[in-house]
Design a protein around this ligand. Structure first.
Ligand code: S3P
Length: 426
């Protein structure tokens, strides 16, 4: 896919549904009694993998363009699958479902694509085993395919070494099946959609600072959920409007949960012109419209407890930093190495190829901004966020960029190129 440089971007976009919330709506709906209706669900490949896994676990799920209807059967309504569960490219699917499967009265095998089979699963195996689960990597590694034999689970307190919503959610979901309370403390707060949504389904939770505690027991009941727009998808258009001269883009319905809105705080520190309008709440999540205008950005430091709130946006933040005046330092972000690709490497290699002054560090990168970007072929490693972040770099690079494997945007934003095209001004 050739991305041509843009002279100006103008228009209005409605951002597709949040990926994290879409996954959870299927999972919690399946475990609840009665129907759960979900609107503005993200029809991306990752969320479709979650639907397919729960269908194989015996849950009827109707997927129409208007809404998803999940016919939940309660906490103990899942059936043993007749085949291997395939999570595709989705880390959220594998890690969250593992917590649920650990407490079922049956065994199953869970796998995914080549990328998933390289991603670390020890981070969920450790706490699940502490709870009494039987979970192991079938290839003798700590990676998928995973064999999970349902067992009696015990209450634990788990001190997670990583700030990861996938780990936290896995443990909390297993906690629904434990014989006592289960709590997780993380080094800094990761996205809290599981805590918010499980409470609205009727689970008993208590959240204090970086600790979330769940009590087993109460039956969950089906809900109506409207999924907010995904700030991780909005991020590409926020960056595009800031970087392309003479641009003004109105982004409607963007989720701004404080555990997810780090990109807005970084953009502000970089002197971006972004106005938050029409702030309101949908399905317990804060949402707003964003008016974004071209801005002269300056370098900044991105670190510490802010990292989990923008972890998926770092590829596009790096592109913003390459075009900013001054130096940007990104640190405390070693988690980037275990995403869909090693994102420290994929960001640095691709931005360097386009002429940026960027150096990888152990836990991030240092970018001396302001060097003009030029044409290079982007090697995405089939990582959707690299494809989209470098499409934005292409808008401001002389000669644009060629995105290899551009179809990988299907994972989280199937209409990405359609939406980007709609903003180009001739
Ligand atoms: C997610 C959590 C994050 C994020 C991923 C989605 C979730 O992963 O990067 O895209 O929905 O819980 P980690 O929990 O590994 O940080």
């Amino acid at each position: 896919m050739l991305i041509k440089p843009a002279h100006s971007l103008k228009g209005e976009l409605k951002i597709p549904g949040d990926k994290s919330i879409s996954h959870r709506s299927i999972m919690f709906g399946a475990l609840a009694k009665g129907p759960t209706e979900v609107t503005h669900f993200l029809q991306g490949a990752d969320c479709l993998s979650t639907i397919s896994c729960f269908q194989k676990l015996g849950i009827e799920i109707e997927n129409t363009p208007e809404r998803i209807l999940i016919h939940g059967k309660g906490l103990f309504g899942l059936h043993a699958p007749q085949c291997v569960l395939d999570a595709g490219n989705s880390g959220t699917t594998v890690r969250l479902i593992s917590g649920i499967l650990a407490g079922q009265p049956f065994s199953c095998t869970l796998t995914g694509d080549a990328s998933i089979q390289k991603r670390p699963m020890k981070r969920i195996m450790t706490p699940l085993r502490q709870m009494g689960a039987e979970i192991s990597g079938l290839n003798g590694t700590d990676c998928a395919p995973l064999s999970i034999r349902g067992s009696a689970l015990h209450g634990i307190h788990y001190q997670s070494p990583v700030a990861s919503a996938q780990v936290k959610s896995c443990v909390l979901l297993a906690g629904l099946y434990a014989d006592g309370p289960v709590s997780v403390t993380e080094p800094s707060l990761s996205r809290n959609h599981t805590e918010l949504m499980l409470s609205s389904f009727g689970a008993k939770l208590d959240c204090q600072n970086t600790t979330a505690c769940i009590w087993p027991g109460p039956e969950l009941s089906g809900q109506k959920i409207e999924v907010p727009g995904d700030i991780s998808s909005a991020a590409y258009f926020i960056a595009a409007a800031l970087l392309v001269p003479n641009s003004e883009v109105f982004i409607k319905n963007c989720g701004i949960n404080p555990t997810r809105d780090g990109i807005l705080r970084v953009a502000e520190a970089m002197h971006a012109d972004i106005e938050k309008l029409n702030v309101h709440t949908i399905s317990g999540e804060p949402v707003c419209d964003l008016l974004v205008k071209s801005s002269s950005l300056t370098g900044t430091v991105v670190e510490g407890s802010m990292i989990p709130s923008l972890i998926d946006e770092i590829p596009v933040i790096a592109v913003m930093a390459a075009c900013a005046s001054g130096t940007t330092i990104i640190r405390d972000a070693a988690e980037l190495k275990v995403k869909e690709s090693n994102r420290i490497e994929t960001i640095v290699v691709n931005l360097k190829a386009m002429g940026a002054d960027i150096t990888a560090t152990d836990d991030g990168m240092v970018i001396h901004g302001g060097k003009p970007l030029h044409y290079a072929v982007t090697d995405t490693h089939r990582d959707h966020r690299i494809a989209m972040a470098f499409s934005i770099a292409g808008l401001i690079a002389e000669g644009g960029t060629e995105i290899a494997d551009a179809d990988c945007v299907e994972i989280s934003y199937p209409k990405f190129y359609h939406d980007l095209n709609s903003l180009y001004q001739l």
